[in-house]
Every structure is written in structure tokens, then in C-alpha cells.
Ligand binder design. Structure first.
Ligand code: GLU
Length: 302
């Protein structure tokens, strides 16, 4: 069994990242598996090397160790280009010249989760129209009108019709950066990852990723999408919540106090107890982990 942490070095880790990392770590350690660390620094505008170093330090401080580090995504362009070429050889990618404004004018947000579904504007552009374009295109993958199904270890059965619920999606941006959806599949496959534990916000990406596994001839991992931690007003915690980033949290608490609070939220130990990461391994079980998002009240207030 091989699991992974795949944080984006776009800022300091915050409580939500610690929560997902803890559960990914516990799942692997409880099963005696191997854990990979991969820094997802695809987006040069948002990621910085000093954040990567800080992430490694923060994980060490928490006692969440890893067995192997994969090369960061910013060094993997050739591997993504090779995967892109495989998709291109299957006739499945096409250039898209639409701006964000064009897209919003041509489609409506999807009723279920507010996602925008690409209306297919550039899908079958005649060659002469393509040739007249002057700006660099993004590249989209054609999605089939069929249902992708998979089982999620926490969320249960998931089914998504890619054409209807998602639409053709970007695999390479207009600035040449390969999209997260493609990079994550190429990297997890290269690392032999068999279990992906990550936040529930990524559940809606999983059908797209499963489809890419299929097209690239790789075996997909098992998934567990863990609940998100929400602010008392129901908003997602984000890197903007400075009082819940690891700088602020580590100034307030020892790792055992912080992990104890998270473990109580996960239903692994009673509230008020402290625990190191290692002490949580024997009490970890997926059957105890809640599936729905959790609203934080006073657990992480000073
Ligand atoms: N890098 C992504 C993030 O930090 C996680 C991607 C994944 O786990 O697939 O949100």
C-alpha cells in the first residue's frame, strides 16, 4: 500500500491541511504502508520554494514523516508532456480559444455544485478558423457521454457523467502549464500510489482523474475523501485564516495538543486529551472518521 501527501506550497499549512495530512498519514501507518511526499508547485505564480521548505518543517514538527519524496511538479514538465502527447495521439485533445468572459456568456453554472460546464464552443472548430486565431490556446480533453463510477472509502458510491456534469476540461493551460488534473494522475501513477486521502472538495475532480487513468493505461488508486473543516459560519477554512495557520497554531500549542484536538474531532480519542501522531496509529480506523464536513466551534480558539 502506498499513500501520499500532495500539498501545494502556496502558503503556510493551515488547520484543514493538517487535518487531511494527519488522516492520510494515519491510514498508511496503520496499514504498514509507504508514504510519499510530493510538492504540487505547478503554478509558478502562487508557489514559492520557501513555502516548500516550510511545509517539510511543519510536517516534521507534527511528527508526520514520509518515506520518500517525489520530484516536485515544477520539475516534471516532460512527464506531463508525454502524457499529453498520448492523449493527443488518441485525438482526444483540442485547442480552446475561449476567454473566461466568453465562457460565462455562453453557459450557466451547473445547478448541483456551481461548477461551470464548458459548452463545447471550440470542440469542432474548422481548421481554417483555428488557423486564424492569434492567441495561445488552452487544451481541453473531450469527455464522453457516459457515467464514470467509483467507490470512495468514506463517501460511498460516486457516479458522474463527464460530458453532462463536467464538460470538456483543460489539461494544459494557455500559458503552457499542465493542469492539476493531468499532473496529479501522472504523478500518482509514477509513484505507484494505491490510496489517495484528501479533502472532500476534490471529490468532484475524481471522475475526471479516473477517466485520465483509463486513457493513460494506468491503474487508479482507492480514494477516501475526508470532510472539510468549516468556520462557524459554514465557510471553508482557507489560507486567509491566519489564526489557523501552522505559524499561529504552533505558537499556541505543542504538536500533541494540536493533534489531540484534531483526533477528538475525528472521533479517535475523547476531547481534552493530547496525543502524538504515533500514539494515534493503534486507535485509527476509517470506521470512526465522520464523512460530513465539520463545523469548528471553540475547539481551536485560544
Ligand atoms: N495539491 C492539492 C492541494 O493542496 C491536493 C491534490 C490532491 O490531493 O490530489 O489542495
Amino acid at each position: 500500500m502506498i499513500g501520499r501527501f500532495a500539498p501545494s506550497p502556496s502558503g503556510r499549512m493551515h488547520l484543514g491541511n493538517v487535518w487531511s495530512a494527519l488522516l492520510a498519514w494515519l491510514s498508511v501507518r496503520a496499514a504498514g504502508g509507504e508514504l510519499l511526499l510530493r510538492l504540487e508547485d505547478l503554478d509558478p505564480a502562487r508557489c514559492r520554494p520557501e513555502y516548500s521548505e516550510q511545509l517539510r518543517r511543519d510536517l516534521r514538527w507534527l511528527g508526520l514523516d514520509w518515506d520518500r519524496e517525489q520530484p516536485p511538479q515544477s520539475t516534471r514538465t516532460d512527464a506531463y508532456a508525454a502524457a499529453f502527447a498520448r492523449l493527443e495521439a488518441q485525438g482526444l485533445v483540442y485547442p480552446c480559444y475561449c476567454s473566461r468572459a466568453d465562457l460565462h456568456a455562453a453557459s450557466a453554472p451547473h445547478a448541483a455544485d456551481g461548477r461551470w460546464i464548458y459548452p463545447g464552443t471550440c470542440r469542432d472548430l474548422p481548421e481554417d478558423v483555428r488557423r486564424r486565431q492569434t492567441k495561445a490556446p488552452a487544451w481541453r480533453l473531450r469527455t464522453p457521454d457516459r457515467v464514470v463510477r467509483f467507490h470512495d472509502g468514506l463517501q460511498g458510491e460516486v457516479a458522474e457523467n463527464l460530458a453532462r456534469d463536467c464538460g470538456d476540461f483543460i489539461v494544459r493551460r494557455a500559458d503552457g502549464v499542465y493542469a492539476y488534473q493531468l499532473a496529479v494522475v501522472v504523478d500518482d501513477a509514477a509513484g505507484g500510489v494505491t490510496e489517495v486521502v484528501r479533502g472532500r472538495d476534490l471529490l468532484s475532480s475524481t471522475a475526471r482523474q479516473r477517466y485520465l487513468y483509463e486513457l493513460l493505461g494506468a491503474r487508479p488508486p482507492a480514494y477516501c475523501h475526508v470532510p472539510l473543516l468549516l468556520a462557524p459560519d459554514g465557510r471553508r477554512l482557507s489560507k486567509r485564516e491566519r489564526d489557523l495557520d501552522l505559524g499561529a497554531l504552533s505558537a499556541r500549542w505543542a504538536p500533541e495538543e494540536l493533534l489531540g484536538r484534531l483526533a477528538a474531532l475525528a472521533g479517535l480519542i475523547p476531547p481534552g486529551e493530547t496525543a502524538s501522531a504515533r500514539e494515534l496509529i493503534p486507535v485509527f480506523s476509517w470506521s470512526r472518521i465522520p464523512k460530513d464536513n465539520l463545523i469548528l466551534n471553540q475547539q481551536f480558539a485560544e
